[in-house]
Design a protein around this ligand. Structure first.
Ligand code: AMP
Length: 415
């Protein structure tokens, strides 16, 4: 029987690991520069946590969650995103008691039962950050700036920032009514999916990818034109601050994002290097969510970004030349006695922090040299009977071919 990985999941093979590790390294460095601390939450949670926060009527909760009964009793779900778990942990562990302002980041796998296609997987990885405790527009802009700074450090030049305000509990209901009336006038001309959403989640109709829907809703009222004074002032300040740090952006009045919990700022970063799934990162403010999940009313803002899509963009832009680690030294042995010696010596040198490889297949000297070359070993030391007897050998630098005589007792390779 042959086993295959599940549709929509991917093995990250050793040849790709250097890219993953480098990108993750940049993510961690930038998060540290912005003073966000890492949180690692379980990959599964109570289903109701996601239903409550993301929203029952969203695509994620209504059709994309991996949910199952734990021993036939509790419904649990593999996390489809990171914000709900992070806030659950924030509330449960009283993180607010330690500081009124908490800045957290995460990085890890997420699970959604979506139709797999380029840039869309069922197990994918996200990094993201949450700034909890303040309504300051500075934090909206800080949160937007984090993924953009990560992309800048990785050499991505084609990212675009789109922002919108989705209003708050004060101004959204009136706007929703207006939009619903507009949409009801279009009735059956909308796609069946959008038609269904008119009552359940009218804002999402503006998010439809259906060309006919887009044409029909071209003159739909947009929330940004119906904001209350507080939301308008907040949005203006976010835009002013983006300007102050030279982050160019465009307003996209149709940007509503697929999750219910956003208030005020919503944003998305896209890349022209991606196809139809062009979002690299997205996020926004969620001032009501902590209370919704049972915590003290606390404002917050956050983002999530896809790692696979980031790697696709790096690939397309030719910025993916990450260097894999390779052995400092390859010990070539010629017979049983030197193989024994090489094994013990390799262990000793590895214990001192040297990257050492040796031959485990009793190959010929030529095959071992080829292997050392293939593995990009920086130095090779060939040890035979003669070398063991004299206690001296020739250390060969692979890039130049230069050989230096050294003592086998005291092996060191120049950095
Ligand atoms: P979301 O949580 O839906 O706002 O997604 C945030 C980011 O995660 C997106 O901009 C993508 O980069 C990435 N992402 C979301 N869903 C998937 C998926 N199914 N496969 C790969 N990446 C995804």
């Amino acid at each position: 029987m042959k086993f295959r990985s599940i549709k929509g999941t991917k093995d990250i093979l050793p040849a790709e690991s250097a890219a993953w590790q480098s990108v993750e390294g940049v993510v961690r460095t930038v998060m540290a520069d912005f003073n966000y601390r890492e949180i690692r939450t379980p990959v599964f949670e109570q289903t109701s946590l996601f239903a409550r926060s993301i929203g029952e009527l969203t695509d994620i909760v209504s059709k994309e969650m991996y949910s199952f009964l734990d021993r036939g009793e509790d419904s649990i779900t593999l996390r489809p995103e990171g914000t709900a778990s992070t806030l659950r942990a924030y509330i449960q562990n009283n993180l607010a008691e330690q500081s009124p302002m908490v800045k957290l980041y995460y990085l890890g796998p997420m699970f959604r039962q979506e139709r797999p296609q380029a840039g869309r997987l069922r197990q994918f990885h996200q990094f993201g950050a949450e700034a909890i405790g303040s309504t300051s527009p500075q934090l909206d802009v800080e949160i937007i700036a984090i993924p953009i700074e990560i992309y800048r450090r990785l050499g991505i030049s084609d990212s675009r920032l789109k922002i919108n305000s989705v209003g708050c509990e004060k101004c959204r209901p009136t706007y929703k009514e207006l939009l619903t009336i507009f949409l009801l006038n279009l009735k059956d001309r909308l796609s069946p999916e959008s038609h269904l959403r008119i009552q359940s989640n009218p804002l999402r109709v503006l998010d439809s990818k259906d060309e006919n829907d887009i044409r029909l809703t071209a003159t739909a009222p947009l929330i940004k034109d119906y904001l209350c004074q507080e939301c308008r002032t907040h949005f203006d300040e976010v835009r002013r601050l983006l300007g102050a740090i030279n982050l160019s952006h465009e307003i996209d009045g149709r940007l509503v994002r697929g999750l219910d919990y956003y208030t005020k700022t919503a944003f998305e970063v896209t890349s022209a290097s991606l196809g139809s799934q062009d979002a690299l990162a997205g996020g926004g403010r969620y001032d009501l969510l902590v209370a919704e999940l049972g915590g003290k009313p606390t404002p917050g803002v956050g983002f999530a970004a896809g790692l696979e899509r980031l790697l696709i963009v790096l690939d397309k832009l030719g910025k993916n030349n990450f260097i894999e680690t390779s052995p400092d030294l390859y010990l070539v042995s010629l017979d049983e006695a030197t193989r024994q010696w090489a094994f013990v010596k390799a262990m000793e040198l590895r214990g001192k922090g040297m990257r050492v490889e040796l031959d485990y297949l009793s190959r010929s000297i030529k095959a071992q040299m080829r292997d050392a070359n293939r593995q990009s070993a920086r130095y090779v030391l060939v040890v035979g009977e003669q070398e063991l007897k004299s206690g001296r050998g020739k250390l060969k630098q692979m890039s130049s071919g230069t050989e230096t005589e050294i003592s086998l007792e005291n092996i060191a390779v120049p950095q």
